[in-house]
Ligand binder design. Structure first.
Ligand code: KG4
Ligand code: ZN
Length: 386
């Protein structure tokens, strides 16, 4: 069996990314041009600015991903077997740049094209062998050793890396998907065979981190800022915030928690609810900021872990994975490890937030099970669901 190299392209929000992944698990390159510094000044992503920035760096980012993956090869495109691109969900202007670029390249270079779902893509960060971008010497050809562990995966070799004893997550896989736009619990019986157990009914958990950070005067993106403030001497028991109770125990709701934090901050600052929320931070002391951050983070993360534990007990999956930007959160990682009776492996932090390696990995499995998309017609879908 020959190796399959997929070029992944990701531009759904504010990261322009390209990556080459071999056989769905060996990362040959991973290039991410982040716009965080551009959007920081506005306290959040400005869609028009994001789209323009994607246009500027898209082609250089792809070129760099190809050079990194195939440094000593003249005809690099000859090494690429297919292109996978995020076609939704996300911001329309941002998605358009990635999809139009991928469609054009698929036509010019005569490569199969696969449009993939960004949220599902996050889960596939867990299917990439750890250890970062593979060094040239470590890239192995497909070997028979992988067939041994092949048993439960249709006609593909089961991804494993005998050099560092890693094997891909075994099914059934319970996935907690937590990003700036999504909060879902999904049970996978196999690739593309999954059931949505529950999802947020209002704000995504990452969105709640970003909004709370704004209220207490911390930088965008809020997740890392809140984690840092909490770790920097915040008392997570200083304030108690309510956890929402919903009919479906696997659904989530974070808007009540977000409002409870706002009300608490208004109280601390001695202001009523008509006072502009973006001016509240000026009235908070440094320790108060840390305590609110730590208390909010504790309640938000406990909510995620409580529901994941309940699903684990009910469905007894072989593996639990976390995915999406909030999966980078150290408190989430700590609490899950502590409470789960089975071991849990985490993807590296730069594969939790938006990247193209996860898109290339998902594209690989997509190519095994589906026909390629028509490069003349592949559309973006800003609200594409799983
Ligand atoms: O997956 P992602 O990069 O983009 C989306 O698809 O939304 O997730 C971004 C979200 C943001 O809301 C950000 O605040 C959050 O992930 N995030 C974190 C952390 N790092 C990023 N939230 C909590 N703790 C973190 N360490
Ligand atoms: Zn994302």
């Amino acid at each position: 069996m020959t190796d399959v190299n997929i070029l992944g392209i990701e531009t759904s929000c504010d990261e322009t990314a390209a990556s080459v992944v071999r056989d769905g698990y060996q990362m040959l390159s991973n290039v991410i041009a982040s716009q965080i510094d551009i959007h920081k000044a506005f306290g959040g992503v400005v869609p028009e600015v994001a789209a323009r920035s994607h246009v500027e760096v898209m082609l250089p980012v792809i070129e760099e991903a190809l050079v990194d993956a195939f440094p000593n090869i003249d005809d690099r495109w000859n090494e690429v077997d297919a292109i996978a691109v995020t076609h939704g969900p996300g911001l329309s202007g941002s998605l358009l740049i990635g999809v139009l670029t991928a469609r054009t390249l698929a036509l010019i270079k005569n490569k199969p094209l696969y449009g993939v779902n960004h949220v599902l893509g996050h889960v596939y960060a867990n299917f990439i062998s750890p250890g970062g971008v593979m060094k040239l010497d470590d890239r192995r050809q497909t070997t028979d050793t992988r067939d041994i562990i092949n048993s439960n995966l249709r006609n593909t070799n089961y991804p494993c890396d005998t050099s560092n004893k890693w094997i891909a997550p075994e099914f059934p896989v319970l996935a907690l998907i937590v990003s700036g736009g999504h909060t879902q619990l999904v049970l996978f019986e196999d690739h593309y065979d999954y059931k949505l157990l529950g999802q947020t009914q209002d704000d995504a958990v990452g969105e709640a981190f970003d909004k709370v950070a704004k209220v207490i005067g911390l930088d965008y993106p809020g997740g890392p800022s809140i984690q840092k403030a909490a770790e920097n001497g915040g008392d997570s028991r200083k304030y108690d915030f309510p956890k929402s109770v919903l009919d479906n125990p696997y659904d989530f709701s974070f808007s009540g928690l977000k409002t409870a934090v706002l009300r608490k901050v208004q109280l601390i600052c001695d202001k009523d609810h008509t006072f502009p929320s973006f001016e509240l931070a000026d009235f908070l002391g440094g320790q108060q900021v840390k305590d609110v951050a730590a208390s909010f983070q504790r309640v938000a993360i406990e909510t995620l872990v409580d529901k994941t534990m309940k699903a684990y007990q009910e469905f007894s999956p072989k593996t639990v994975v976390i995915a999406g930007g909030v999966a980078a959160n150290s408190e989430l990682r700590r609490q899950l490890k502590e409470r789960l009776p089975i071991g849990i492996e985490y993807a590296s932090i730069n594969l939790c937030t938006d990247n193209a390696a996860m898109i290339a990995s998902l594209g690989y499995y997509h190519s095994l099970s589906s026909e390629a998309d028509n490069p003349h017609v592949l559309e973006i879908n800003t609200s594409l669901s799983m």
